[in-house]
Design a protein around this ligand. Structure first.
Ligand SMILES: Cc1cc2nc3c(=O)[nH]c(=O)nc-3n(C[C@H](O)[C@H](O)[C@H](O)COP(=O)(O)OP(=O)(O)OC[C@H]3O[C@@H](n4cnc5c(N)ncnc54)[C@H](O)[C@@H]3O)c2cc1C
Length: 411
């Protein structure tokens, strides 16, 4: 199975990704960076207005929806090329939305699994950035690290799904036009075949925003929602009944590679800030950069960034070659989130008290870095599942794994 997004074929790259990466980098640095502080403090209306300006600019410059397949209105950049572009998109928290990347995973999910009615209705406006999606899996009542415990139910009655349950930390739900709800639809199937994904437009009767769930003081990102006997047509189901986990997994694989590349972009920005500050600032008669304790921050950060980059590109190449890359993706989710957290933490330390204020982007980056160790599955879940997969290879005299035999080439 080729899980790579869009119209990519295994091994398909263009020679031109470096030029596109550079153009995107310029856009992020010159257009998005200057608006970040205003966007941070803006109310929802002001933020939407500022964002609309950035989105128009990205469209005018031919940088919009670079990774979306051409058949749905994107630019069809091959997966491996787009992996590199994501790194520079990641440098600013706002760039994903500004460049139309935000809807990529939802667009692919609709393209592959939605009924023709929903494809016609949602896909084009989704790619254009006019329709906002959200994805609802996590629930307050159960430890959602183990999603087989999810309690939200979906029952088919007279050609309609009746959905009831409560979800929280649903990113974008407060602004979303629809949410894709993971719910239990099967009662007598194996655990991993018991859940389905169903589209719920947010204006459906019974859908309610309960409250916002600000994360580490950041507002406007995530919400708790209630689904009270929400009734939607049978063809709102994505794919087949009971295949919710499989479809979600397909969404998460490439999604985690893009996440990790964006974390590398954030880490690069923190690294730049750290090194500049060390060269500029003086203490005890010499630049901070002369102090070995400070040099170790530079060394550790460079080492972690580069190790994480190689691991992430290896996972991307394996995925692009049509493999699931489950171990590699589990590894990068944990290593990438730790790397980001460590690098931003060191950059803050180097800046002293100023690093904790909004005078640099580091305070916001730090909060996002902390989140990265929990969303899309907390570290422990990935550690456990990767370790179990490797241990299985050694069971009952099995051959184990020779890491040196796993070849990949980075371009
Ligand atoms: C910023 C952010 C955005 C999010 N966006 C979304 C979204 O859009 N849609 C959505 O559905 N969800 C979203 N989430 C929710 C996120 O995916 C869940 O919080 C995450 O999967 C963990 O589930 P939980 O919070 O129920 O933690 P729990 O399952 O209650 O786990 C609590 C802790 O227990 C420990 N733990 C869990 N399992 C194990 C194990 N096997 N071994 C050892 N220790 C373990 C871990 O330390 C874990 O952090 C978001 C979360 C954040 C922070």
């Amino acid at each position: 199975m080729n899980t790579s997004p869009g119209n990519t074929k295994p091994g398909n790259t263009t020679a031109g990704w470096m030029a596109t990466r550079e153009r995107v980098k310029q856009f992020v640095e010159q257009r998005v960076y200057p608006l970040e502080q205003e966007l941070d403090s803006a109310n929802r209306t002001q933020r939407n207005l500022l964002m609309a300006g950035l989105m128009d600019a990205a469209k005018e410059e031919g940088l919009w929806a670079l990774g979306h397949p051409k058949e749905v209105g994107g630019q069809g950049m091959p997966f491996l090329d787009y992996v590199h572009v994501n790194e520079v998109i990641g440098r600013s928290f706002y760039a994903m939305q500004a460049l139309g990347t935000l809807s990529l995973q939802d667009s692919l999910m609709l393209m592959r699994y939605a009924s023709p009615r929903w494809r016609d209705q949602y896909l084009a406006p989704l790619v254009a950035g006019e329709t906002i999606p959200s994805f609802a899996m996590t629930e307050p009542a159960v430890a959602s690290s183990d999603p087989t415990q999810i309690e939200t139910s979906g029952k088919l009655q007279d050609g309609h799904w009746i959905i009831s349950g409560r979800k929280w930390f649903i990113t974008g739900a407060g602004d979303a036009d629809y949410t894709t709800v993971m719910c239990r639809t099967e009662t007598d199937a194996p655990k991993h075949e018991s859940f389905s994904l169903i589209i719920v437009p947010t204006n459906t009767s019974g859908f309610r925003i309960v409250r916002e769930t600000p994360v580490l003081g950041i507002h406007g990102g995530h919400w708790e929602i209630e689904l009270n006997q929400v009734r939607v047509p049978e063809d709102n189901l994505l794919g087949q009944r009971g295949k919710g986990f499989r479809i979600a997994q397909e969404r998460l694989g490439p999604g985690r590679i893009f996440h990790c590349m964006r974390w590398l972009g954030q880490a690069q920005r923190a690294f730049d800030l750290m090194c500049r500050r060390l060269n500029e600032r003086h203490a005890f008669g010499e630049p901070l950069s002369y102090k070995q304790l400070m040099q170790s921050h530079v060394f550790e950060s460079a080492a972690e960034i580069q190790a994480c980059r190689q691991l992430t590109l290896a996972a991307a190449h394996k995925l692009d070659a049509g493999e699931e890359a489950r171990e590699e993706i589990g590894l990068i989710k944990v290593v990438g989130a730790r790397m980001l957290h460590n690098v931003v933490d060191r950059a803050i330390q180097v800046h002293g008290a100023m690093g904790l204020t909004a005078d640099t982007p580091l305070d916001r980056m730090y909060r996002h870095a902390r989140e990265a160790r929990i969303y899309d599955g907390p570290d422990e879940v990935h550690i456990q599942s990767v370790a179990k997969r490797y241990l299985r290879l050694y069971k009952e005299g099995g051959p184990g794994i020779d890491f040196g035999e796993v070849q990949f080439v980075t371009k």
